[in-house]
Design a protein around this ligand. Structure first.
Ligand code: PEP
Length: 242
């Protein structure tokens, strides 16, 4: 099973700051034990492609549109992403689902299109706090997986379990919650790496990595700092013994 640690920079950094953080990452991250992916804003991809060209770090996008080209104002196609060296794409992130109202059918179209273009797809799933409180966490994740991956072969598919209530809060889900949900996902997704995301940092990375079905992390805020991101990768590698 492939292990992946991915950085989701969201809507942060101007181009110069992005370049300097990326340059530092390229200097200090040399591992081949895990796939390291950085997903900056669209406008920074081209420059970061150059920065990462002689490093182990791969480039990812935070979103895309499923159509090939045409009258889709404000959107970015897969061919455009490919032309700036992108190999990964994050889809179904909870911020896309909740702020931009993307539903499972729409996400499924993106997953299919991204796969057709040979991208590695990181499909995010996860329940809100309300859904968890109502005892619906497993149903919600099951539906997101079933609909998001409907008609999709699992090659180059990565699932990221990101409980919405743990994203950007500074407090990750606890060990039992992560273990239980990753096991649940594993039952239907045998051969797919399952990442955990939600307030991962250097301090909690080893504990989360010690859970069997955690095959990596999707890291938001903590990935904005090159040293912190490297520490998270190191903790993962050390704990897994990979
Ligand atoms: C994310 O948004 O994918 C994420 C995991 O964010 P954070 O690490 O900041 O919780």
């Amino acid at each position: 099973m492939k292990n992946i640690v991915a950085a989701n920079w969201k809507m942060n950094f101007d181009i110069d700051k992005a370049q300097s953080v990326a340059q530092k990452m390229a200097e200090i991250i040399n591992t081949k034990a895990v796939d390291v992916v950085v997903c900056p804003p669209f406008t920074h991809l081209d420059r970061l492609d150059e920065v990462f060209s002689s490093s182990v770090i791969k480039l990812g996008a935070q979103n895309m549109h499923f159509e090939e080209k045409g009258a889709f104002t404000g959107e970015i196609s897969l061919a455009m992403l490919q032309s700036v060296g992108c190999e990964y794409v994050i889809l179904g992130h909870s911020e896309r689902r909740h702020i931009f109202y993307e539903d499972d059918e729409f996400i499924n179209k993106k997953v299919k299109s991204a796969k057709k273009h040979g991208f590695n797809v990181i499909l995010c799933v996860g329940e809100t706090l309300e859904e968890r409180k109502n005892g619906r966490a497993f149903d919600v994740v099951k539906t997101q997986l079933q609909k998001g991956l409907d008609g999709v072969d699992r090659q180059n598919v990565i699932v990221a379990y990101e409980p919405v209530w743990a994203i950007g809060t500074g407090v990750s889900a606890d060990r039992d919650t992560i273990e239980e949900m990753h096991k649940f996902i594993r039952r239907s997704e045998n051969d797919v790496p399952i990442l955990y995301g939600g307030s991962v940092k250097a301090k909690n990375a080893a504990e989360i990595a010690s859970i069997d079905d955690v095959n990596g992390f999707l890291v938001g805020s903590a990935s904005l700092d090159a040293d912190e991101f490297k520490k998270i990768i190191d903790e993962f590698i050390k704990t897994k013994g990979v």
